[in-house]
Design a protein around this ligand. Structure first.
Ligand code: PHE
Length: 383
């Protein structure tokens, strides 16, 4: 209520001569208590009026200062409000002694608050004006010199393992093999059973696989231990002829060393076509090896065993005068063809699997496959 009245009276309060002498009863009593001659004007000043003067002063000062746009305007506002001789604040200060003795401490506190607030606002505006000028100068100093040579931007690139995967996909595509993906979390059927790895087979040992704590129904799930799972998934859904290649992650609880890592990548190839023989398998592997490593790479088969191929081989490649073991392969076992609903008397084909890290390490001369996963840019930048 009082506040509203002050706002209404602002125009009057603004002028110095407009100091109102309260006519209220309390104020009158206070005025009487005031010794005569205690104020410059010779009569008492009510605290309410004094505070109203201060409030109006603050409001007018912040309004004016807020509108100041240059140094001249700022100086003008300073003289008007804070001027030492005839500024408005000075005028209000003179009223202090007109207050009743009991009101003076409070009046003084309010006076000091108003003075501090307006002085601080004045400093802010001053800084804004001066600071703006300084910033403009700095901007000129920072201006871009378009004649200077640019700074080279260092671009990232694809990880060497991903590069290897893409390269293998490209080579296999030229031989007519389509790239497909399969899930990394697998069930027993796709990782083992359909691949003729029965329940009692040591390959299913919990110590050799990452079984998940969750199961789908009664069927435990695991992180796939081989990409041969994708052979099954594709054959279940398609009819021959088939040429597919699948590259992805597999997981085995191996201790990490220079040639092992609990997660690595495999290339899985599958071809199902009438009249397929081991000779076709060898040609495809040789093509892949020669294209990927460059030069004439020889491929050698050694008899081996996998539950899902018959006959089975391990294959080595000779490159740079050395034979290196590359992976496993063979003719798809009739039991596997039957498991996916194919007639083993009508269709046949071959499958192979090899480690991506192994061929990448070979091609790039990396001695320790753990380097691929250390994420050290000094290593990765070389590819
Ligand atoms: N899946 C086998 C492994 O991980 C490799 C393989 C794939 C062997 C296809 C034969 C046929 O060792």
């Amino acid at each position: 209520m009082r506040r509203g009245r002050h706002l209404v009276c602002r125009s009057r309060l603004r002028s110095r001569s407009a100091v109102t002498v309260s006519k209220g009863r309390d104020d009158a009593a206070r005025a009487e208590a005031q010794p005569a001659g205690g104020t410059p004007a010779g009569h008492a000043v009510a605290i309410e009026s004094f505070l109203a003067e201060l409030a109006a002063f603050r409001e007018a000062a912040s309004e004016s200062l807020g509108r100041v746009a240059d140094a001249a305007g700022l100086e003008q506002a300073r003289v008007e409000f804070l001027g030492a001789r005839s500024g408005r604040l000075k005028a209000i200060q003179k009223l202090l002694s007109g207050l009743a003795a009991g009101d003076r401490p409070a009046g003084g506190r309010h006076f000091n608050d108003a003075k501090a607030a307006v002085t601080a606002f004045f400093a802010d505006v001053q800084e804004r004006l001066v600071g703006g000028g300084a910033a403009a100068g700095a901007a000129a100093a920072d201006a871009i010199d378009v004649t200077l040579p640019g700074e080279p931007v260092r671009l990232g690139h694809v990880h060497p393992i991903t590069q290897t995967i893409r390269r293998v996909q490209e080579i296999m595509a030229r031989l007519g093999f389509e790239s497909v993906d399969g899930p990394e979390v697998e069930d027993q059927w796709h990782n083992f059973e359909a691949l003729a790895i029965p329940a009692e087979h040591p390959a299913r040992d919990p110590l050799d696989n990452f079984y998940l704590a969750v199961a789908r129904g009664a069927d435990p799930l695991l992180l796939r231990s081989q990409t041969s799972t994708v052979q099954i998934r594709v054959m279940e859904n398609r009819r021959p002829p088939l040429r597919i290649v699948s590259l992805g992650r597999v997981y085995r609880p191996d201790t990490a060393d220079a040639t092992h890592y609990p997660m690595f990548h495999q290339v899985e190839g599958l071809l199902i076509e009438p009249g397929t023989t081991m000779a076709h398998l060898k040609s495809v592997l040789r093509q892949l090896a020669s294209s990927f490593l460059g030069g004439d790479v020889h491929v050698r088969f050694r008899p081996s065993f996998f539950p899902f191929t018959e006959p089975s081989v391990e294959f080595d490649m000779e490159w740079g005068g050395r034979w290196i073991e590359m992976g496993g392969a063979g003719m798809v076992d009739p039991a596997v063809l039957a498991a996916v609903g194919y007639d083993p008397d009508e269709v046949s084909g071959f499958a192979f699997g090899l480690g991506v890290e192994r061929i990448a390490a070979r091609r790039y001369g990396v001695a320790d496959i753990r380097d691929f996963y250390r994420n050290d840019v000094r290593f990765l930048r070389q590819f």
